[in-house]
Design a protein around this ligand. Structure first.
Ligand code: V55
Ligand code: FE
Length: 494
């Protein structure tokens, strides 16, 4: 054979919904100085919006993959004096480095070590692709199946995997830590702590200097995906839905998670002062899975849990164990109420946002107490048609704002062929009243194959953006982001 004719193997992405069209991997790292700005960036906005995404560096080893398994790519928009600069950079995970060196995928299916090539069987498979944590002056990229990766907030270069200076015992750490706006503490957890499927959960209290002041363990009812949780002033709560891990199936190369509709859902509450010694369990009156949480708060002896809940599993990503034809059901905003002043195991459930939604956010200054304002991603067929299905199902066409005092939902409709992502609330000033500020969201402009960051008046979404920061290119759709005010970046920023 002519030695100049090389057979190309492996560097072609599959013809599959996860890898084509608007979902196709972007893979471009770089910096755009001074984004085009339509309208005016409010001068009070000084700081950075930063979020994580999953952007496959290589075609999947086994020809197919779920979007959750892409490599962590972080997008940061730094806003200063009415100007905005964009930085996009991959997290240098061990997986990223090894595959880059090999110029191909070596790791296989999502969290399934039996599908990896033998040469990487002892290497960390963490993609660090889900969310961003900012605490004790440090920036981290998080994925629930691995440890945090610390990033440099100046240029998003990777400082390395972190166990918080030897304090994190688990090999994993949640992508949804909670921040106490009064004490400055971070309350977090880990599941699958040894790096394999198990029922143990570790709960952490991290003070504002980054010291772990408490690490405790308890057992979940079964091994399931524990993606998010809830924290109020005095309590921590976990909702367990039966998206379970069946190790025999994992060994056979099947998905890490399956929805087992024959099992039941569970709720436990742990007092923040006593810890797991004071754990109590409640009877969930239906089959339910929490997707993401708004907030938890207390009203006298009652604990109130505000969250999005679906009654199906996350079937677009992980199959139903009994019924291959089962349909995924959309999440609605649910308020679960338990009475902590009695021995009652009852949960009262109300659909408090009677509208399909996901990616819930509140004004973070009001976390752990009652809030009036709730924002989320959603669709509204009255405002514009649904968009074609993507790898996560139907894309959002709108952002919603539920004002519980008026009972009204106001919508931002992003326009034809446009899909907003998870919003984030930024207050106008440190002491502005709840909800007085801006809502930031990436918007996918599908027809133009581009992305924008829009800035909306959070209490008047239907008025449309006060500013649109136009990216000259598309960035991959992402998951979770945060805003870091300039004054918090402090000395670490130059
Ligand atoms: C989620 C996302 C993940 C994951 C598990 O949003 C759950 C839910 C981006 O990765 O690994
Ligand atoms: Fe999440």
């Amino acid at each position: 054979m002519n030695k100049h004719v090389q057979i190309q193997t492996g560097m072609q992405f599959p013809d599959d919904i996860v890898f084509k069209g608007y979902a196709a991997p972007v893979r471009i790292e770089g910096h755009v100085h001074d984004l085009e700005v339509i309208g005016r960036i409010p001068l009070e906005l000084e700081g950075m919006y930063i979020r994580n995404s999953a952007d496959h560096t290589y075609p999947p080893l086994h020809g197919k993959d779920i979007f959750l398994n892409g490599d962590g790519m972080v997008h940061m928009v730094r806003i200063q004096n009415g100007h905005a600069d964009l930085t996009m950079r991959y997290v240098r995970t061990r997986k990223f480095e090894i595959e880059r060196e090999a110029r191909r995928a070596l790791f296989g299916a999502y969290r399934n070590r039996f599908t990896d090539l033998p040469e990487v069987k002892d290497e960390d498979n963490n993609t660090a692709n889900t969310s961003i944590m900012w605490h004790h002056g440090k920036l981290y990229a998080l994925k629930e199946s691995g440890r945090p990766y610390e990033l440099d907030p100046n240029d998003l270069s990777t400082r390395g995997e972190s166990d918080f200076g030897g304090q994190l015992k688990s090999k994993t750490f949640t992508a949804h830590p909670k921040y106490d706006p009064i004490t400055g503490e971070c309350v977090a957890f880990a599941y699958n702590c040894e790096g394999v499927a198990s029922d143990e959960i570790e709960v952490y209290n991290i003070d504002k200097e980054g010291q772990f002041t408490r690490t405790e363990r308890f057992k979940a009812p079964y091994c399931s995906m524990v993606h998010d949780f809830l924290v109020s002033r005095n309590f921590v709560a976990f909702a367990f839905g039966p998206m379970i891990c069946d190790w025999e199936r994992v060994k056979r190369g099947e998905p890490y998670w399956h929805w087992d509709s024959k099992r039941t859902s569970h709720l436990c509450v742990i007092p923040r002062d006593k810890g797991v010694a004071g754990i109590s369990w409640f009877k969930v009156p239906k089959l339910a899975m929490q997707t993401h949480t708004f907030n938890a708060w207390e009203d006298g002896g009652r604990l109130i849990l505000d969250q999005f809940v679906t009654e199906s599993g996350w079937l677009s990503q992980f199959p139903d164990i009994h019924d291959p034809h089962a349909h995924e059901l959309p999440p609605y905003g649910e308020r679960w109420i338990v009475d902590m002043s009695s021995q009652s195991e009852t949960i009262e459930i109300r659909r408090f946002i009677n509208h399909i939604g996901e990616m819930p956010v509140i004004d973070p200054r009001y976390a752990m107490r009652k809030t009036r304002h709730f924002w989320f991603g959603t669709t509204n067929p009255a405002l514009g048609p649904m968009l074609p299905f993507g790898p996560k199902g139907p894309p959002f066409t709108c952002l919603g704002h539920f004002d519980e005092e008026t009972g009204k939902i106001d919508f931002f409709y992003a326009g034809p062929d446009a899909a907003p992502e998870e919003p984030y609330f930024v207050p106008r000033s440190a002491n502005a009243e709840e909800g007085d500020g801006w809502l930031l969201s990436m918007v996918g402009r599908r027809a133009e194959n581009r992305t924008d960051l829009v800035i909306l008046n959070a209490r008047n979404l239907s008025a449309g953006p006060v500013a649109i920061l136009k990216f000259p290119c598309r960035v991959h759709e992402g998951f979770h982001g945060i805003w870091i005010p300039a004054e918090d970046l402090g000395a670490d920023r130059h």
